[in-house]
Design a protein around this ligand. Structure first.
Ligand SMILES: C[S@@+](CC[C@H](N)C(=O)[O-])C[C@H]1O[C@@H](n2cnc3c(N)ncnc32)[C@H](O)[C@@H]1O
Length: 177
């Protein structure tokens, strides 16, 4: 593996984001399509994840990966979910890394969020905030507690940027599901 240069993240902070827990917030504006993090991953083979990992805290932090589930070290585990994400990610299976980059211009003070996909295992605070803004109050979200979460962070073009041939590998993996 060739050496991979990392990034200066001195403008990014980990902050308390209320009910979402900790999150990543930028203290400076970031232009669209800027790489903000490269997170190395630790792969849990499918069997190990199915028999053990899914019953632990890890289940809140893992990404689907070729051959199992991956824990992202560094900021990759700190991005909260938004259905309007300002950060996209690409899995680099060869180098066991995830690359995160901005999907649009981001203003100073904004939280950096990715999309976990549509099968969330927690009540989305964004929905609750939207409901509160509309004055409707919060209704029962129908949250059923924990469940098997292999569907989270699904491979999809909408989550991942295009441009370097990476998607072809994602499609191969999707076909295996
Ligand atoms: C990968 S962790 C993100 C970092 C986490 N906030 C922390 O403090 O460690 C995923 C967890 O963050 C929380 N979370 C992320 N996005 C959220 C959202 N939009 N609404 C509510 N909780 C969220 C959920 O508890 C979820 O299981």
């Amino acid at each position: 593996m060739d050496p991979i240069r990392l990034f200066d993240q001195s403008s990014l902070t980990i902050q308390d984001c209320g009910a979402k827990g900790r999150g990543v917030v930028t203290s400076v504006p970031i232009p669209a399509r800027t790489i903000i993090d490269l997170s190395p991953i630790l792969l849990f083979p499918t069997e190990e994840y199915t028999n053990h990992g899914q019953f632990t805290q890890l289940d809140h932090y893992t990404y689907r990966w070729l051959g199992g589930m991956a824990l992202a070290f560094g900021l990759g585990s700190m991005f909260n979910h938004s259905k309007y994400p300002n950060v996209g990610f690409q899995r680099d299976f060869e180098n066991k890394m995830i690359r995160y980059s901005t999907l649009r211009d981001v203003a100073a003070g904004e939280e950096l969020c990715i999309s976990y996909g549509s099968n969330l295992w927690f009540p989305d605070m964004e929905d609750e905030e939207e409901a509160a803004r509309e004055g409707g109050g919060q209704e029962d979200s129908g949250y059923q507690g924990s469940g098997f979460r292999l569907l989270r962070s699904e491979f999809s073009e909408s989550e991942d940027e295009t441009g370097d041939g990476f998607l072809s590998r994602l499609q191969i993996d999707t076909d295996e599901d």
